[in-house]
Ligand binder design. Structure first.
Ligand SMILES: Nc1nc2c(ncn2[C@@H]2O[C@H](COP(=O)(O)OP(=O)(O)OP(=O)(O)O)[C@@H](O)[C@H]2O)c(=O)[nH]1
Ligand SMILES: [Mg+2]
Length: 286
């Protein structure tokens, strides 16, 4: 912010252009970046002056306003079923393991369902996560229909008092009709086992995907009606701004952020904390 401000007490068009450039570089997308800059300029105008602190404050407010409010209803549903979907390698299996560990620590009886029956290695991977998270796992014979695994998991899980089912699915491209249909089938079959299930359909997105993540989210949302997002690999990118663009353009709540490969590297999305991390305090020269 200090570096951005050329004049000591006011914001000039050059400053705004540079701010916009930086927001775009942080992956907020041109549309969102432009709208935020406009709001910041108006805010600074209202304040009557522009120093780094005022600018930071205005910028934080403009971003915070765009971050969707999380709706905590899913936390209290019992049993709650969470379906994790997304493109290949986004971090679904890792997130399923981390979620299972977290929910189990919170005192829930968690069951993991290996509905990625496409690759044998996928079930192995989830089996390892189940062991790490110390939760039960339901898997089927390799090649079984994913919906069968979910149905079995629901039947046996509910019979044994599980109250939280996390479903890992195979990676798929949002434009593959038959693969999207498979997700519908999982949801339909689940609903047969217990009405109103699955309550949650979360798209797992690699934060490094950049603006392409937006179109992925749009397509998945159109195809199956998402209820939330999980952004992964935020530990390896300085481009967390994609979260802002996603919230603004899709209006979907971000549920969790993946910040590493370990069991505990998953944090609930907290808008004010996120904004502080995205826009740090200005350096005060003494
Ligand atoms: N640094 C970092 N790596 C992550 C994170 N989440 C997942 N990964 C890594 O990303 C890679 C892919 O993760 P998976 O969980 O296998 O992804 P997936 O979506 O299940 O992949 P497919 O099942 O093949 O579609 C693995 O090497 C993970 O360790 C994260 O938050 N941070
Ligand atoms: Mg996987």
């Amino acid at each position: 912010m200090e570096a951005l401000l050329k004049g000591p007490a006011r914001l000039i068009p050059g400053d705004l252009a540079e701010l916009e450039e930086r927001l775009v570089a942080a992956d907020l997308g041109t549309e969102t970046a432009r709208a935020i800059c406009k709001e910041v300029a108006e805010g600074v105008h209202r304040e009557g002056k522009a120093d780094a602190e005022i600018l930071t404050g205005q910028l934080r407010n403009a971003v915070l306003r765009r971050l969707s409010k999380a709706d905590p209803a899913w936390k209290t549903a019992s049993p709650v079923v969470i379906l994790l979907v997304g493109v290949n390698g986004a971090g679904k299996t890792t997130t399923a393991g981390k979620l299972a560990a977290r929910f189990s620590m919170e005192g829930r009886k968690v069951l993991l369902a290996a509905a990625d029956t496409f690759r044998a290695a996928a079930e192995e991977q989830l089996t390892e996560w189940a062991a790490r998270a110390k939760v039960e796992l339901v898997r089927a014979a390799h090649g079984a229909a994913p919906s069968t695994v979910v149905f079995d998991a629901l039947k046996s899980g509910l019979a044994h008092g599980a109250d939280c089912l996390v479903v890992d699915t195979a990676g798929r491209l949002h434009n593959r009709q038959n693969l999207m249909e498979e997700l519908h089938k999982i949801a339909r079959v689940a609903e047969k086992a217990a009405p109103g299930i699955p309550q949650e359909k979360w798209l797992v997105l690699d934060a490094n995907t950049g603006q392409n993540g937006l179109s992925q989210a749009r397509e998945f949302n159109k195809g199956m009606g998402l209820t939330g997002l999980v952004l992964t690999k935020l530990d390896g990118t300085a481009k967390g701004g994609i979260v802002v663009a996603l919230c603004e353009q899709l209006g979907l709540p971000v549920r969790f952020l993946g910040v590493g490969e370990g069991l505990e590297d998953l944090v609930p999305f907290d808008p004010p904390m996120f904004v502080e991390a995205l826009i740090p305090n200005p350096v005060v020269n003494v």
